[in-house]
Write a protein that binds this ligand. Structure first.
Ligand code: DGL
Length: 258
């Protein structure tokens, strides 16, 4: 691993840019390559084997472009495929998992809600993590349809509002005090969620923790880039306009078949 090589990130689509933002904020001097596999989104309803296959394909794409570390910026891919990726490749992998630990540790009502994909909620990795916090009631909700709407660029739509209400209102009734966002697409829904949730409910996602972990691994490997300003490259096999929009038109986005 050379310190001048880029950090590679992939997600099933545009959602992992929430993780990219946290990484770019913490390490602005790093070069980054982001891969949005939007053509195959959502991963959350696919089988474990399909998710592993797609994660391998995405990893190869990033390694061909010399990624020194691969950030799996997708909870579904992490919880279903990171073990296989780590076994197959020498490069370090950073995964993202729902932040149930801080929510369970800080919850006063001992009830927390989690919104994630079917693939994440049914994974062995997630269910093992849940077992550790058996003193806390964890209300799980699959975010059916949310990723599809985000990928279509319909963040702020009536349909989105209705779906979100139907998912989180029962949790509010049940007296949760934390809502864990267990999908890297969902931080983009925070403004809409804040309109629905009472103020005492805290929303948490894993972006900053993933960025810190990436920094720590690079530092431990003496692989941090010392240059002044890193450059960012974004690839998508979906609609480049949607990725460009979520990045607020600040970066070059390249369409690529893969
Ligand atoms: N952004 C992804 C995640 O964190 C996957 C969503 C999907 O493709 O279903 O789970």
């Amino acid at each position: 691993m050379s310190n001048k090589d880029p950090i590679g990130l992939f997600d099933s689509g545009i959602g992992g840019t929430s993780i990219w933002s946290a990484i770019h904020h913490l390490m602005p001097s790093e070069d980054t390559i982001y891969l949005a596999d939007s053509k195959n989104a959502p991963y959350g309803i696919k089988s474990k084997d399909e998710i592993i296959g797609l994660s391998i394909k995405n990893t190869e794409f990033l390694l061909e472009r010399n990624a020194k570390i691969v950030v799996v910026a997708c909870n579904t891919a992490t919880t279903n495929a990171i073990k296989e990726l780590r076994a197959k490749y020498d490069v370090p992998f950073i995964g993202i998992e729902p932040a149930i630990k801080p929510a369970a540790l800080h919850s006063k009502t001992q009830k927390i809600g989690i919104l994630a994909t079917k693939g994440t909620l049914s994974s062995e990795l997630f269910n093992k993590a849940v077992e550790i916090y058996h003193d806390t009631e964890i209300i799980e909700q699959i975010g059916h349809g949310l990723v599809e709407l985000i990928e279509a660029g319909h963040l702020d739509s009536v349909e989105m509002d209705q779906l979100l209400r139907s998912y989180v209102e029962p949790m509010v009734e049940a007296n949760i005090d934390y809502l864990v966002l267990g999908c890297s697409h969902y931080p983009y829904l925070i403004p809409q969620l804040k309109k629905i949730l009472p103020e005492n409910i805290q929303i948490i996602d894993s972006g900053e923790a993933v960025a810190r972990q990436t920094y720590n691994v690079l530092k431990a490997n003496s692989a941090l880039n010392q240059q002044e300003k890193g450059k960012a490259v974004f690839y998508t096999n979906g609609n480049p306009k949607v990725l460009d929009g979520i990045l607020k038109h600040q970066y070059a986005v390249e369409y690529k078949e893969f």
